[in-house]
Ligand binder design. Structure first.
Ligand code: ADP
Ligand code: MG
Length: 448
């Protein structure tokens, strides 16, 4: 992308944001941002402080990706510089309570939750159904079901969305309970602030005694920070001892985190749930839902086309919807496969080719279910063979970039048999934990 196009893209981004947030929010968060440099494929933005940077990235990342250049890893290609103190504007920014001073503490209204991140806006599919229902369980009976609840999974799969949903639900339904939502970064910043001001005791007292529900996002950022870990562990333990509900998200399971064994043990002591990449149907549903929310309609066939090409995470899907809707609006064009090819081509290119083959899936399924590959390919109908065969079909549909008819050929079956198998497995998965576990180990084998 050329520099002048980037400038245009930034202006277009601001125009788009104006339609999405209040004038006050725009004045507070966006007006102070200055473009300092435009290069091919990168934009350098000057922000008055790190909170503006964080706000931009946590609330508008998908829109930034949609309008501005993106790096190969899908992150927006933006370099932030913090304005020198003498030039610093003093926007009337309302900070997250965790980052702000005493007067906000304990004030429920100040909890910084994304208004869109609610259970009602969370699309379910086999990959996230379990996590969503557990999160709903915890939200309806905090401290009484799974405590702590630990949600882990890759980037952009809806962990923060679920965490905020728990927060919203509790704010709406448990008015007497005191809720604290914090990102791990914000927790560390708060700790640093209190250490500097020698008021650490106050913070400890609050976390230990004055919070009923603690929601902590992205605990992986606590790794390699032993002092902060120690403080976190003490507060977390004290709160748990009082029966306070703790919900934690992370990009990896507790056992893979570089934290003390004791803390890991505590995290594993409750319920650990995994969120996976949504399957094709769920991705289509998410795309259509997100477009509908923005007042656009993506035809089913076009949504399938996009979902087949964007299968890494939901954030990318959201970025695709934003980009597509913005272009459709600006150019006054219907959303068609042609427009998709024009506007989303770059995003499609970012997605590496799917390397998993049907043969690999069959081998992995055969190993986990202790059957023979030849039986999976055959036509025996007994349960011991039919179920793993359907699992293989389900995984092939999700992971192999082939049409249903081609997959049918690989299994010596018709495309409707594959569809039927997928439906059956989806239904079974929601009720059968053993099956979910077996499928997870097939996936692990394939990933390894
Ligand atoms: P994570 O915290 O796992 O990195 P987020 O919760 O930030 O991911 O999700 C990234 C974006 O995708 C958010 O805008 C979120 O609303 C959206 N998203 C993720 N999963 C879903 C889902 N199942 N239904 C609707 N939106 C989703
Ligand atoms: Mg997150």
């Amino acid at each position: 992308m050329l520099a002048c196009e980037t400038q245009d893209a930034w202006t277009q981004f601001l125009e788009y944001v104006k339609t999405k947030c209040s004038m006050t929010a725009f004045g507070n968060w966006f007006s102070p941002i200055k473009v300092v440099e435009l290069k091919d494929g990168e934009i350098v933005l000057e922000v008055p402080n790190v909170f503006v940077q964080e706000y931009l990235l946590s609330n508008y990342k998908s829109e930034l990706c949609a309008f501005l250049p993106v790096q190969a890893n899908g992150e927006p290609a933006i370099r932030f510089v913090i304005a020198a103190p003498q030039q610093r504007a003093t926007p009337a920014i309302k900070m997250n309570p965790v980052e702000s001073s005493e007067d906000h503490r304990g004030n429920r209204q100040e909890i910084h939750l994304n208004p869109q991140y609610r259970f009602e806006n969370f699309i379910e599919g086999p990959s996230n159904q379990f996590a969503k229902s557990v999160a709903m369980g915890v939200a309806s009976r905090p401290g009484k079901t799974y405590n702590p609840l630990f949600i882990h999974g890759g980037v952009g799969l809806g962990k923060t969305h679920l965490l905020h949903s728990i927060g919203h639900y509790c704010l709406d339904h448990h008015k007497k309970l005191r809720i604290q939502y914090t990102t791990t970064e914000a927790f560390i910043n708060e700790l640093v602030g209190h250490l500097r001001e020698k008021s650490i005791k106050e913070m400890k007292t609050r976390y230990r005694n004055e919070i009923d529900i603690l929601l902590v996002d992205d605990i992986q950022f606590l790794q390699d920070r032993p002092n902060f870990q120690e403080e976190f562990a003490c507060m977390f333990e004290a709160l748990s001892l009082r029966g306070g509900q703790v919900v934690i998200t992370s990009d990896k399971p507790p056992s893979h985190l570089k934290l003390s064994e004791r803390t890991i043990g505590k995290m594993e002591g409750g319920l650990v749930v995994h969120m996976g990449v949504p399957d094709l149907e769920t991705r289509v549903a998410i795309l259509q839902y997100k477009a509908e929310q923005r007042g656009f309609d993506i035809p089913h066939k076009v949504a399938f086309y996009i979902a087949e090409h964007i299968h890494h995470n939901v954030r990318q899907l959201e970025g695709a919807v934003n980009r597509l809707c913005a272009h459709s609006k600006l150019l006054g064009l219907q959303i068609t496969e042609e427009l998709v090819n024009k506007t989303l081509r770059e995003m499609f290119q970012l997605i590496p080719c799917e390397k998993v083959t049907v043969e690999q899936i069959l081998k992995s399924v055969a190993a986990v279910f202790q059957v023979r590959v030849s039986d999976l390919k055959g036509s025996m109908r007994n349960k011991e063979i039919a179920l793993p065969r359907q699992v293989a079909m389900y995984l092939a549909k999700e992971m192999v970039n082939e049409s249903l008819s081609m997959l049918g050929v690989s299994f010596c079956k018709t495309h409707s048999t594959i569809l039927h198998a997928c439906k059956n497995i989806e239904e079974k998965m929601s009720a059968d934990e053993d099956l979910r576990r077996q499928m997870a180990s097939v996936r692990r084998n394939l990933a390894g």
